[in-house]
Design a protein around this ligand. Structure first.
Ligand SMILES: Nc1ncnc2c1ncn2[C@@H]1O[C@H](COP(=O)(O)OP(=O)(O)OP(=O)(O)O)[C@@H](O)[C@H]1O
Ligand SMILES: Nc1ncnc2c1ncn2[C@@H]1O[C@H](COP(=O)(O)OP(=O)(O)OP(=O)(O)O)[C@@H](O)[C@H]1O
Ligand SMILES: [Mg+2]
Ligand SMILES: [Mg+2]
Lengths: 260, 260
């Protein structure tokens, strides 16, 4: 059964897209069938996997407004077993264009479930890359997801934002998606020269306990270089510390998945 | 005459808030009267300047919905000459709550100009900290501003997003605010170990020429530590490389301002 997992955090620049790209690629490299849905008008997951989204008319936006079918916008990437539904700036018009519709939080769920009914074994995992906000697009992701991964940048502003995020998740769980769960919190951009990083790690493990993954993603320049080559860091430089940590995270994710 | 300047970029985590806090503080330390308007429901500028926003009912949100006057929500900070209008998560409700109102892009402009008519010499500069999106809050900022500063993180995804940002600015300029100008692009989080940083710098200077400030803000852990102490890095550690660059940027801003 296909598992739908959103990677979510309303704080900007905490590693949502980098985590989607590399966890998806890591699983694909272990022969799992994976789909990435880019749900951010910035389209970073799209370009980070080497696709262009400029002037594209077969993106998640067309699916959500009903002008294209889900199956017609699924694209290959350069990685076997990894496919993507892309996004571009058109998606930023969706909230305004659907302002009257009280059911709009369910558009993504309706379209995706319709596709999955006819394609039950096509994908093991679907990862949704969310924008840095708690508005419509992120709500749509929360409504359709079975579970969530929360990247937490080990810095003050990101830790502050976690309380608000947890409240939002609780609210969606109560009203719109009672099965929603948090798989885990992934500490990202850990900077060993920054005592704040260790403080944030200690504080999050004390508070969220086993919900915090053991893997910690270190700050590593190779991770910020990889997208400019349109590939995951796992392909760009498989031996760097960023790749090692995302390979480890992939294994930790798979082991966790066995018990879920 | 009070100059209203928004710090804007829809990409997350590029240093908008850090730039607002430290440019505002740098100018205040040179005895300019400065106001920061936190326009981000994350409330990072608010907490980064040492204020609490939890359950606060005198924020920019109350002004925009008309339940408080601008003058009643201006708060002191621990820095002489620097005041702030705070934000908290309530602000994220604004877009939904005002969905019917075709004039809502002008709410901030109406309230702020009303205040400035009666308080013409109170502030030399007003800086608006924008959220990572191009939705209502950022549009409000674009409509009220005289000019903009765009922090550009020297990494691939941030450079990619610049085209879209420029188009949005042009569109607002055409339709809603013909005097809007870009004061400059500030390169941030420059990592000298990352060849990508230099490539992004070269590319932006080639393309945007003298619009790119000479000052480049380096990646410096002290900048991410300062907010956890509720103070600008200029106060937290005035001798670190992050502070030196923001002191330099303050001077460059002042010199530029003489000619504008
Ligand atoms: N561990 C890391 N070390 C160094 N750079 C990183 C790391 N993780 C991500 N980056 C880089 O940091 C920037 C922000 O990361 P990313 O875009 O994945 O965050 P995001 O949460 O998706 O941002 P947004 O909120 O804008 O969607 C990008 O330029 C990315 O390449
Ligand atoms: N030059 C720098 N070196 C190191 N850390 C920095 C630097 N500038 C900012 N930071 C830290 O990086 C993170 C992102 O910066 P900041 O919050 O200012 O960006 P932002 O663009 O306002 O983010 P958002 O899009 O979420 O509003 C913060 O934790 C901040 O303290
Ligand atoms: Mg992203
Ligand atoms: Mg900010």
């Amino acid at each position: 059964k296909t598992k739908i997992i959103s990677v979510i955090n309303q704080k900007g620049g905490v590693g949502k897209t980098t985590t989607v790209i590399n966890l998806a690629a890591g699983l694909a490299m272990q022969n799992k069938k994976v789909l990435v849905i880019d749900l951010d008008p910035q389209g970073n997951a799209t370009t980070g996997l080497g696709l262009s989204n400029i002037d594209s008319k077969d993106t998640i936006y067309e699916v959500l407004i009903g002008s294209k079918e889900f199956k017609d916008v699924i694209k290959n990437t350069n990685i076997d077993n990894l496919k993507i539904v892309s996004a571009n700036v058109e998606l930023s018009g969706l909230e305004v264009e659907t302002a009257g519709d009280t059911k709009r939080a369910f558009f993504l769920k309706d379209k995706l479930n319709h596709f999955l009914e006819a394609n039950q074994n096509k994908f093991s995992y679907i990862f949704v890359d969310c924008p840095p906000s708690l508005s419509l697009l992120t709500v749509m992701a929360l409504v359709v997801s079975h579970s969530l991964i929360v990247p937490l940048q080990t810095e003050f502003f990101a830790l502050e934002g976690l309380t608000q995020l947890m409240k939002t998740i609780e609210r969606i769980k109560d009203r719109l998606n009672s099965d929603l769960s948090i798989r885990g919190i992934l500490l990202t951009m850990f900077d060993k020269r920054n005592k704040l990083s260790s403080q944030v790690e200690t504080e999050s493990r004390n508070y969220f306990k086993e919900k915090v993954y053991n893997t910690v993603i270190p700050r590593n320049v190779r991770l910020s270089e990889a997208p400019s080559h349109g590939m995951p860091v796992l392909v760009y430089d498989k031996n760097c510390s960023g790749s090692k940590s995302y390979f480890n995270f992939t294994d930790e994710f798979i082991n966790q998945d066995k018990f879920l």
